[in-house]
Write a protein that binds this ligand. Structure first.
Ligand code: NAD
Length: 299
């Protein structure tokens, strides 16, 4: 059983560290909120007065903090963990932070000879309580192998994201999609209501279409991902149809800002001569606009 330093005992960190203790590990914990430390201390952890104190003698240091600057502070501040952390220790940042800051922190730790990996989590604090988080592991194969027994006390599913810094990258991509889709879904539901259409009817229809299933696994594999842009459904027609929705919404004083942005993407694709290509060609259009010239890396 290992000595684990845990910093950041909030909604997520508190139940995660409790689960590590249940798993038989010795916890040395720190949080700027003294009450949070006391709760863990009462459950059997060693309450510490600084990251440095928590990190002393630890085999793993886990951080679960609100942002990257705080992670940096906990590692490199005055009373930071690196002032005491053994070079054989493994740092695991489980916070959701800026991916480029993750890269910087990993590089900075490497300079002082300490390994660091990123393992942000999916799901919610309820899953943190039940030890059923989705673990998005960035790190080398060896690091993941080493951390796995500890990680699996906090989660029930581990995804090897493909290397250092890739855990936070997959987390950001996943959240981008989920968060944007939430707003787009709200637009569709609002349009439905403004049109006086029964939402259950719309839901029944959308259940069987890319509207609800998404495009990655429905329209893309047979077309753009195969390099086939011959039209099953044309960019021109997609542009017309989204225009119909936007026009009727406008007349009903309904606001669809994401739809307006989407129409502009189809508009640009048409301007680049893609009007008669398959609507999945918007992927190629955005890749072009982003300077990605190699064949798509998505399969
Ligand atoms: P939280 O605000 O509940 O907890 C953060 C904790 O960090 C607090 O206890 C705070 O006192 C402590 N803290 C702040 N600065 C500190 C410092 N310098 N030193 C030590 N402790 C410090 O937040 P949370 O919901 O536990 O989220 C933590 C991270 O997990 C975030 O990056 C969040 O995006 C991510 N996350 C949260 C959820 C969720 O459902 N809550 C899900 C997935 C990922």
């Amino acid at each position: 059983m290992a000595v684990i330093a845990f910093v950041g005992l909030g909604q997520m960190g508190r139940p995660m560290s409790l689960n590590l203790m249940k798993g038989g590990h010795t916890l040395q914990v720190f949080d700027v909120d003294r009450t949070a430390v006391d709760v863990l201390a009462q459950a059997g952890a060693k309450g510490c007065a600084s990251p440095a104190e928590a990190a002393r003698g630890a085999e793993f240091l886990i951080t679960m903090l609100p942002n990257g600057d705080l992670v940096q502070d906990v590692l490199f501040g005055d009373q930071g963990a690196t002032t005491t952390l053994a070079s054989s220790a493994l740092v695991i940042d489980m916070s959701t932070i800026h991916p480029l800051q993750t890269d910087q922190l990993i590089a900075r730790m490497a300079k002082i000879g300490i390994e660091m990996m990123d393992v942000p989590v999916g799901r919610t604090s309820d899953h943190a309580v039940t030890g059923s988080l989705l673990l998005l592991a960035g790190g080398t194969e060896l690091q993941i192998e080493r951390a796995k027994p500890v990680l699996m006390l906090m989660g029930n599913e581990l995804v090897n994201a493909g290397g250092p810094g890739m855990g936070i990258r997959v987390k950001i991509v996943n959240n981008y999609m989920s968060i944007a889709l939430n707003a787009l879904s709200a637009e569709a539901a609002t349009l439905c209501e403004a049109l006086g259409l029964d939402f259950d009817v719309a839901l029944t229809v959308m259940k069987g279409t890319p509207a609800n299933k998404g495009h990655f696994t429905t329209t893309w594999p047979g077309k753009v991902l195969k390099g086939d842009l011959s039209p099953a459904f044309m960019v021109d027609h997609a542009h017309k149809d989204i225009g119909l929705a936007l026009d009727v919404a406008n007349r009903l004083h309904t606001t669809l800002p994401m739809g307006a942005a989407a129409r502009e993407i189809y508009n640009q694709a048409r301007a680049k001569g893609r009007g008669r290509q398959d609507w999945t060609a918007v992927l190629e259009h955005l890749r072009d606009a982003s300077g990605l010239r190699t064949p798509t890396g998505i399969r």
